[in-house]
Design a protein around this ligand. Structure first.
Ligand SMILES: *[C@@H]1O[C@H](CO)[C@@H](O)[C@H](O)[C@H]1NC(C)=O
Ligand SMILES: *[C@@H]1O[C@H](CO)[C@@H](O)[C@H](O)[C@H]1NC(C)=O
Ligand SMILES: *[C@@H]1O[C@H](CO)[C@@H](O)[C@H](O)[C@H]1NC(C)=O
Length: 193
């Protein structure tokens, strides 16, 4: 009995030491690079992320330097709808998002895999402390995310579910959304679909 109590104490002690996921900003604007593995697709998009209302706007930028937009995409996860506007042909399609909404950051229940420095660890202002968190969602999808420490700003992520694999990098993140109305109002081509 004493052994069991001691063992339980040790187990509880280990659990208590398990680091809790840090909290990433719930709303931000930035740039996202996305690559689909097994598919020859590479996207660079201006990104507006709103975890409070589970919606994301992606303005895909092509032709680096000229910043021409080809697709403008809205994901509304409450309705599970993705609107995709081809800005050149002015045609808009509606479809189902490729996966359910999850927060970009370390989700509740994720496990700290490691903490490390990227850049030159010994040179001040030339490195960044990052944490790598991992979770397997109940639907079987795996999510592996790198965030800065201590501010918990997303740096990169890897998502895999069945044959869908996405590799993402995030840049120039500014917490907050400047104008949510402008970011999330659908253009006339997409309304009523
Ligand atoms: C919308 O769907 C049609 C038919 O599947 C396709 O030809 C077209 O390229 C799509 N448009 C956009 C903007 O994705
Ligand atoms: C991926 O899996 C889905 C569902 O199992 C299937 O419909 C789709 O064709 C697959 N795609 C590829 C590229 O294998
Ligand atoms: C936000 O965007 C909307 C739609 O583009 C515009 O009407 C409104 O004036 C903007 N608000 C601010 C505070 O800039």
């Amino acid at each position: 009995m004493l052994k069991l109590v001691l063992l339980l104490g040790v187990v509880a002690g280990c659990w208590a030491q398990e680091p809790k996921p840090c909290e990433s900003p719930k709303q931000w604007e930035g740039v996202r690079l996305k690559r689909f593995e097994n598919r020859d697709v590479f996207e660079r998009a201006r990104y507006t992320y709103d975890a409070v209302n589970t919606r994301i706007r992606e303005t895909e930028l092509i032709e680096a330097g000229t910043e021409k937009t080809l697709y403008d995409v809205w994901h509304f996860y409450k309705e599970m709808k993705t609107y995709r506007l081809n800005t050149q042909t002015k045609t808009c399609n509606v479809s189902t998002p490729g996966h359910p909404f999850f927060e970009i950051g370390a989700p509740t229940g994720s496990k700290l895999m490691f903490e490390s420095e990227i850049g030159a660890a010994q040179i001040p202002d030339e490195h960044l402390t990052i944490q790598n968190w991992y979770i397997k969602f109940s639907n079987g999808a795996e999510y592996d995310v790198t965030v800065s420490s201590p501010d918990c700003i997303p740096v990169g992520a890897y998502y895999r579910n069945g044959n869908l694999t996405e590799v993402e990098r995030f840049f120039d993140i500014h917490p907050g959304i400047k104008n949510a109305t402008a970011a999330f109002t659908l253009p006339p081509e997409c309304t009523g679909l």
